[in-house]
Design a protein around this ligand. Structure first.
Ligand SMILES: Nc1ncnc2c1ncn2[C@@H]1O[C@H](COP(=O)(O)OP(=O)(O)OP(=O)(O)O)[C@@H](O)[C@H]1O
Ligand SMILES: [Mg+2]
Length: 381
């Protein structure tokens, strides 16, 4: 049994707007042909045999936010091998402002499948960024176990994706920064080109780079607060950002950091030209994660400890989103519960119920969810 006292001891932010999925309709999406079902706002336990479509279902929901979904799949992989129609995911949402219909699918005008079609309330939307205004999302999957163990690039990209749901403008900043960086490298490769144009690109990298660092710091602060507020069996993580602008923002005005970045990028031109990479900037930062109780860097922790740290960080992230955006994110947990002992499983369920979010939890065995099932809906694939 879950502890009812604890369920009420964790206050979710009362002012947060509730957001939940009401109806899911899938067409020619992976192993689904035509499939439609309704759900209530409470958490959903999805069980079924291996290969029955649990992760595919969560993946479909994960396309409600910008990006490539929780598998980071190519769009061509989403198309059912067995159905000729174009793949489509249509989801009716329940929001504080009334129902909202979000549709996404294969775009007949993109023969190379490079972009998906996005409809919000029947209107075709250019780009995907607008999705982030309506839905926030957090997910945790078995593949994320290695994020804490891998290199800076993997961790930074994951952290930037966390910032996207937190601060919808962040995706645009990253795209502008990367475009300027690519153009600068191209100019350098072609023999330095026009010095004025190079300076303009470095200026864009410096300004956007500082904005990126500031957005990352903002999420980091909120995560730290949320981690400190959370009591329970999951280990606390100490988080820090390592990077020129991220660290300098502690005690240096943003404009001076931009000047410094511009200067360093200018001075690095001939080295960068030789290496074909850009040695400094926002794309070099890292997220440092330390297991607080053990004072041990996450990459040196055991697999189980890394998994527990990841769950703790994602629970803190859900709290941080609720606080920042005053809206509840959808929370997708793919195949997580089976790997937790009874105490941790109960703690996770209690936290999910207390947060009041619509959590989608998958597993092969309904018994693993016995203690949350009285408070949840059960969907079998
Ligand atoms: N494009 C596609 N067309 C048809 N079937 C696909 C496509 N992509 C994946 N599948 C199939 O969908 C099935 C379900 O996959 P999914 O990963 O959702 O299973 P699961 O229920 O999460 O299984 P597990 O318990 O092993 O994690 C798999 O058999 C897979 O081969
Ligand atoms: Mg799966």
């Amino acid at each position: 049994m879950l502890n009812p006292v604890r369920l009420h001891s964790i206050d979710s932010d009362d002012a947060a707007h509730s957001v939940s999925v009401a109806r899911v309709s899938l067409t020619a999406f992976r192993n689904y042909g035509n499939h439609c079902f309704d759900v209530s706002p409470s958490p959903i336990v999805v069980t079924g045999a291996n290969g029955s479509g649990k992760t595919n279902l969560l993946e479909a929901i994960s396309l409600l936010v910008p990006g490539r979904g929780l598998r980071r799949a190519e769009l061509t992989d989403l198309q059912s091998h067995f159905h000729a129609e174009f793949w489509a995911v249509a989801i009716q949402m329940r929001t504080a402002f009334g129902p909202l219909m979000i549709g996404t699918g294969r775009n007949p005008n993109e023969p190379d499948d490079s972009r998906r079609l996005v409809h919000i309330d029947g209107k075709n939307i250019r780009g995907q960024h607008a999705l982030a205004d309506h839905v926030a999302m957090a997910w945790i999957t078995p593949a994320m176990d290695r994020i804490l163990a891998e290199g800076a690039g993997t961790r930074r990209k994951w952290f930037d994706r966390l910032v996207y749901s937190f601060d919808p403008a962040h995706a645009g900043r990253i795209a502008r920064y990367e475009k300027a960086m690519r153009e600068r490298l191209k100019l350098l490769r072609e023999g330095m080109g026009d010095a004025g144009w190079l300076s303009a690109l470095e200026d864009e990298m410096a300004q956007t780079g500082v904005a990126i660092a500031a957005a990352r710091r903002h999420l980091l602060r909120q995560l730290r607060t949320a981690i400190d507020e959370t009591e329970g069996v999951f280990p606390r993580a100490d988080l820090a950002l390592k990077g020129l602008a991220e660290e300098a923002l502690d005690n240096t005005p943003a404009l001076l950091i931009e000047d410094r970045l511009r200067g360093e990028l200018g001075a690095a031109r001939s080295d960068d030209r030789q290496t074909g990479t850009c040695a400094i900037g926002a794309h070099r930062s890292d997220l440092i994660v330390i297991h607080r109780a053990k004072n041990c860097p996450a990459e040196l922790c055991s697999t189980g400890e890394q998994k527990a740290l990841m769950i703790a960080i994602m629970l803190a992230y859900v709290r941080a989103i609720i606080h920042q955006r005053q809206m509840q994110p959808l929370f997708l947990l793919d195949d997580i519960v089976a790997h937790l002992d009874d105490t941790r499983r109960a703690a996770l369920f209690e936290e999910i119920l207390a947060l009041g979010v619509q959590a989608w939890m998958t597993g092969t065995d309904a018994d693993d969810f016995a203690s949350i099932l009285p408070y949840a809906q059960h969907y079998q694939t």
